[in-house]
Write a protein that binds this ligand. Structure first.
Ligand SMILES: Nc1ccn([C@@H]2O[C@H](COP(=O)(O)OP(=O)(O)OP(=O)(O)O)[C@@H](O)[C@H]2O)c(=O)n1
Ligand SMILES: C[C@](O)(CO)[C@H](O)COP(=O)(O)O
Length: 379
C-alpha cells in the first residue's frame, strides 16, 4: 500500500481578512502551512497545492519536503490537479487535507487510513453538540434536529483510482471530497475527528490555534540538543564538496568518504542529540564499502534514525570555517540540499561560514573545519 497526502493550500483566505493568505501567516513562529506539512512528514509522499502566485514562496518554505502543484479556481479543481499528477504511480490511497488545518492529530490520520481497509472512502467528523436554530432577521425562527448531524473535517481519505474517477466525473463546486465521492456512489465511513483539528477560517482562529499549540508543546516537550565538529585536510584536486554542493577550488579535501566536512559535522550532531555515538560507529572507516561514499548516505541514516526514535528535527545550524573557497554564494543551495536529505522544511536549516582571521590550520589553508548544532524534538 502506497499513500500520498494532498494538502490543498491554493485558496486566498478572504474570510481571514487582509494581508497574506492565511496559510502563509505566522502561527507560533512559522507559517501555518509549515505546521500542516510537517504533521504528515512520516506518512508518505506529500503533494502541496499552491496558488500559481505562491510557487516560489512554497519552494523556499518546503524545499524537498513536498512536491508542489499549481491549484485551480475552486478547492475541487485544486484537488483534481494534484490527483492527476498521481496517475500511473504506485499510489493506492490518498489523504486530502486542508492546508488551513495545521493541528491535525496523527491518530486522526491513522483512523482515516485504517477505515480505508474496509471502505472506499473515510473522513473524520465531530457530532454536532449544540442546539441548532434557524434564524431570520436576527430572530430565532425555528429549531433544527441535530440528530445524525456532523461537522466535517479533513483529511478525507480515499482509494486512489475511485476518487480520481469521481473528481473527473464531478461537475464542480463541491464543498469537499466526500461530496465528490458520494456523487460517484462511493461509501464514506465517518471516523472520530478532533477538536484540535480546527480549520483556520477567520482572523480570530489564529489565537485559538496558538493556544492549542502552546498547550500541546507544554505537555510534550522533549527537546534534545546535539553538536558535531569535523576537520578535513586539503590535498591536491580541483573541487571540494561542502554540505552536498560541489564547488570548484584549487584543492580537494582528503577523507575516507567524499570528505564533506559540513555534512559530517551535522550528521554527528544528530547522532549526538540521540546519544547514538558518531558516524564512525554507524559507518566504520575500517569497512571498505564506505570508501569514497557520498556523505548524504550518513546524513539520511541519522535523520531517519531520529524519526524512528520518535523525534523530528527542530532546526540545524552548520558553520564552515575556512579562508577559501567562499561559501556565501553557495550557502542557500547548501541549506536546501541538507534540508532535502533530512526531509525537513528548508526554513529550518542554516549554513554559514567564517574565516579564522588567517590563524591556525584553517587560516593557513591546510584544511576546513566545521561545527554544527541540531535540535531534536520529541513528537
Ligand atoms: N481554489 C482553492 C480554494 C481553496 N483551497 C484550499 O482549500 C482549503 C479549505 O478552503 P477554505 O478554508 O475555504 O480556504 P480559502 O478558500 O483560502 O478561504 P476563503 O473562503 O476565506 O477565501 C484551504 O486550505 C484552501 O487553501 C484551494 O486549495 N484551492
Ligand atoms: C473540506 C472542509 O474543510 C470540510 O469541513 C470544508 O468544506 C472546506 O472549507 P470551506 O470553509 O467549506 O470552504
Amino acid at each position: 500500500m502506497s499513500v500520498a497526502v494532498i494538502i490543498v493550500a491554493a485558496g486566498r483566505g478572504t474570510r481571514a481578512g487582509e494581508g497574506l493568505p492565511k496559510q502563509w501567516r505566522d502561527l507560533a513562529g512559522r507559517p501555518v502551512l509549515a505546521h500542516t506539512v510537517e504533521a504528515f512528514a512520516d506518512l508518505g509522499r506529500v503533494i502541496v497545492v499552491l496558488h500559481p502566485d505562491d510557487m516560489i514562496r512554497g519552494l523556499e518554505l518546503l524545499g524537498g519536503a513536498a512536491t508542489l502543484v499549481a491549484g485551480g479556481a475552486s478547492r475541487a479543481e485544486s484537488v483534481q490537479n494534484a490527483l492527476e499528477t498521481l496517475e500511473g504511480s504506485d499510489v493506492t490511497r490518498v489523504l486530502i487535507h486542508d492546508g488551513a488545518r495545521p493541528l491535525i492529530p496523527q491518530k486522526v490520520q491513522q483512523a482515516v487510513l485504517d477505515a480505508l481497509d474496509t471502505h472506499p472512502g473515510a473522513a473524520p467528523a465531530l457530532p454536532v453538540t449544540d442546539a441548532l436554530w434557524r434564524g431570520e432577521q436576527g430572530l430565532v425562527a425555528g429549531t433544527q434536529d441535530r440528530e445524525g448531524l456532523y461537522r466535517a473535517q479533513t483529511p478525507q481519505g480515499f482509494r486512489f483510482p475511485e476518487i480520481l474517477a469521481a473528481h473527473r466525473a464531478h461537475p464542480g463546486n463541491a464543498a469537499d471530497d466526500v461530496e465528490v465521492a458520494r456523487a460517484a456512489g462511493m461509501a464514506v465511513a465517518i471516523v472520530p475527528g478532533h477538536e484540535d483539528n480546527l480549520k483556520i477560517t477567520y482572523a480570530e482562529d489564529f489565537a485559538r490555534a496558538e493556544a492549542i499549540l502552546r498547550e500541546k508543546k507544554g505537555s510534550q516537550m522533549d527537546v534534545r540538543l546535539g553538536n558535531g565538529y569535523d576537520v578535513h585536510a586539503f590535498t591536491e584536486g580541483d573541487h571540494v564538496i561542502l554540505c552536498g554542493v560541489s564547488i570548484p577550488h584549487d584543492k580537494a579535501l582528503l577523507g575516507h568518504s567524499d570528505a564533506d566536512v559540513g555534512m559530517h559535522a551535522l550528521t554527528d550532531a544528530i547522532y549526538g542529540a540521540m546519544a547514538e555515538g558518531d558516524i564512525g560507529r554507524h559507518f566504520p572507516p575500517s569497512d571498505p564499502q564506505w570508501k569514497g561514499a557520498a556523505s548524504w548516505i550518513f546524513l539520511e541514516h541519522a535523520a531517519n534514525l531520529a524519526r524512528e526514535k520518535g523525534f523530528r528535527i527542530g532546526n540545524a545550524d552548520v558553520t564552515l570555517i575556512c579562508e577559501r573557497p567562499k561559501v556565501g554564494p553557495h550557502a542557500i543551495a547548501m541549506a536546501q540540499e541538507l534540508a532535502r536529505i533530512m526531509n525537513v522544511p528548508a526554513d529550518r536549516v542554516s549554513v554559514k561560514a567564517t574565516t579564522s582571521e588567517r590563524l591556525g590550520f584553517t587560516g593557513r589553508e591546510e584544511g576546513i573545519a566545521s561545527i554544527a548544532t541540531v535540535t531534536l524534538i520529541g513528537v
